[in-house]
Design a protein around this ligand. Structure first.
Ligand SMILES: [Zn+2]
Length: 226
């Protein structure tokens, strides 16, 4: 048997090799997309769980403060006039060991908010210190919402300035959606175009009636700034 008589073994031809590489490429890109989606879904669920935790403390706070909601604007007299976040007002209702220092509690409060880099929970400034009893439809009144950088849901955000912390901030943290917490305690991811002025403003806020059912952003803009 000379050299040329060896039977062909299972080696790859160039075409087979290229085909294999192409298939591996397609499979791994599908996997990357699937893993990315799973991670995004997990982050969204975690953000919702964090918000649900904070939302649950809001009625507890109100019960201890003549039925009034926490202050959700700057210069909070409850905190010695200091510019502290709404979650700090709720910290006493968190289930934390007494041994935790104030610094550790603060760090914990910052950590347990939106899961995306630069995003936090903003509180609705239009219902700051409002008596809870005056909120006629708690299941449709927003208390917390995912916000970029800012911690208060204010007129600036709703007016939609280009530097807005929410409306034109792109990408939105959870597949085009933000996490929203309502005063009845339920939390859900929402497209901004599914949020109306009526969910944010109180009945005594200027322009409430005319804007009540108007979405804060159009579907077209929402898709553009996802
Ligand atoms: Zn979030």
């Amino acid at each position: 048997m000379n050299k040329t008589d060896y039977p062909k073994t299972g080696g790859f031809t160039l075409i087979e090799l290229l085909l294999s590489l192409a298939v591996i490429g397609i499979l791994s890109s599908v996997l990357v997309v699937a893993v990315g989606r799973a991670k995004a879904a997990a982050n969204s669920a975690k953000c919702s769980a964090h918000m649900r935790y904070w939302q649950a403390m809001v009625p507890m706070f109100a019960a201890d403060h003549n039925g009034k909601l926490p202050r959700t604007t700057f210069n909070d007299p409850i905190n010695d006039g200091q510019n502290k976040e709404t979650v700090i007002n709720l910290l006493p209702y968190c289930d934390m060991p007494d041994t935790m220092s104030e610094h550790e509690r603060w760090a914990w409060a910052m950590e347990n908010q939106c899961t995306e880099e630069g995003w936090h929970f903003g509180a609705n400034s239009y219902i700051s210190r409002a008596p809870m009893a005056t909120i006629t439809d708690p299941a449709r009144q927003i208390f917390f919402i995912d916000m970029y950088s800012g911690r208060w849901l204010t007129g600036t955000v709703l007016n939609g300035g280009q530097g807005g912390f929410l409306l034109y901030r792109s990408p939105k943290p959870h597949n085009g959606m933000v996490t929203v917490g309502f005063l009845d305690g339920h939390v859900e991811p929402r497209m901004l175009s599914s949020i109306t002025y009526g969910m944010i403003l109180t009945p005594d806020s200027k322009g409430y009636d005319s804007k009540k059912d108007k979405p804060i952003i159009s579907v077209e803009e929402d898709l553009q700034y996802q």
